[in-house]
Design a protein around this ligand. Sequence first.
Ligand code: ADP
Length: 385
Amino acid sequence: MKAFKTIRFRLTFWYSLLLILSCVFFIGVLNIVVTNLYRSNTFVPSGPPRMMIKNPSLYEKMLSLDEEKREIFEEYRGNDLRNFRKTTLFSLIPLSLISFAGGYLIAGQMLSPLKELNKKIKNINIKNLKSKLSYEKTGDEISELIENFNEMIARLNLSFEAQKEFIENASHELKTPLAIIQTNLDSILLDNKITKKEISSLIESSRKSTKFMNKLIEDLLLLALLENQVKKRKLSLENVVTESTNNLRKIASENRIKLQLDITGKHFSMSGNFELLQRAIMNLIENAIKYSPKKSAVEVTLADNKDTLTVDIIDHGRGITEPEQKKIFERFYRTDKSRSRKTGGAGLGLAIAKKIVWLHKGKITVASKKGVGSRFKVEFPRNNI
Ligand code: ADP
C-alpha cells in the first residue's frame, strides 16, 4: 500500500489517466467520423452516395449489381466498421499498459536522486554535519533542493559550533571564580596558622568571585532572554539615557570620572523595551568608566536627527586597536583577560548591548584610537516600530 502513496506511483497514475482519457476522446472522435463517413456512403438506388459522385463508373457498376450482391457488399462494409470500432477500442488496453509501465519506469529514473538523497539524509547526525551531500549540478529542481539542503546544513553546523563554543566559554568563565572560592575555603579550613587578617582577605576575594559569577549568570540569562521576542512600547530615549547616566553617577564619582550628559533636540520617542535599552546604554557607559583613567571625563550625548536618534558615549581612556575593534562585540571577548576580570567583566557586555540595539533595529559602531580614547555610537532609526 505504501507504493500507492509514492510520488512515482501518483505521477504515473495521473499521467497515464490523462493519456488514456485523451486516447478515448481521440478514438471516440475517430469513430464518429468513420461512422458518418460510412452512413453517407451507403448505397441508395435513388442517387449516388458522396463517395460515388466523383466516381460515377462505380455507381454504374453498383446499379448493375442485383439486390442480393449489393446486400452482401453492404454487410462486408458493416463488418469493416464494427471491426474498426473493436480494434480501436481494444487498442486502449495495450496503450494503457505501455503508458503505465513506461511512465512508472521513467518516473522512477527521474526521481532516483531523491531516493539517494533520502538515504543520505537518514545518515546525517550532529557528528557529520560538516560533510556535504554530493550531487550533479544539472540545474533541475532536485539539484537545487540538494544545494539548498547543503546550505541549510552548513548554517546549522555554524550555529551548533557557536553554541558549543558558547557553552565551553561559559563553563570556563564559571570555573575560574569557583576554583578561587574553593581554594580560599580550603585555606581557611585547613591552615591552622591562618591569621584573622588573612581570613578576611580570603573572604573578600571569595566575595569578588561570587559577584563576578552573579554578574556572569545574570548576563547569560539575559542573553538567553534576548533570543525570544521582546516586549516593546512607546518610550522616550531621553528618559532611558538620562536614567542610565544617573544610575552610574555614583560609580563614576568613586572612580573620580567626570560624567557629562549633553542632549540636543527634544523628539526622542521611539518603540522599545525600556529596561533592555537601559541595560545596553549602561553597559557602554560602564565600559567607558571602567577603561578610563581617573580624573578623565566621559561624555554621553543624545541627539535627535532627521532620520535617527543617536547616543554617543565618548571616553578618553586606553582606546581599542583596530583588530580588537572587530572582535569586541563577540561574546566572551576581552582585549586583556586578566585585567578585565579585575574590572569585573566576562566579555559579554558589548555582545548584550549589540543584541539589544539590533532588536530595536539600530546599530552600534565604534571609533577608537589606542591611548587616546573611544567613541561608541548607537543609532536608532526613527521609525523602528
Ligand atoms: P567586559 O565585561 O570585559 O567589559 P565587554 O563586552 O563590555 O566586556 O567589552 C569587551 C572588551 O572590549 C573589554 O574587555 C575591553 O577590552 C574592550 N572595551 C570595551 N569598551 C571599551 C572602552 N570604552 N575602552 C576600551 N576598551 C573597551
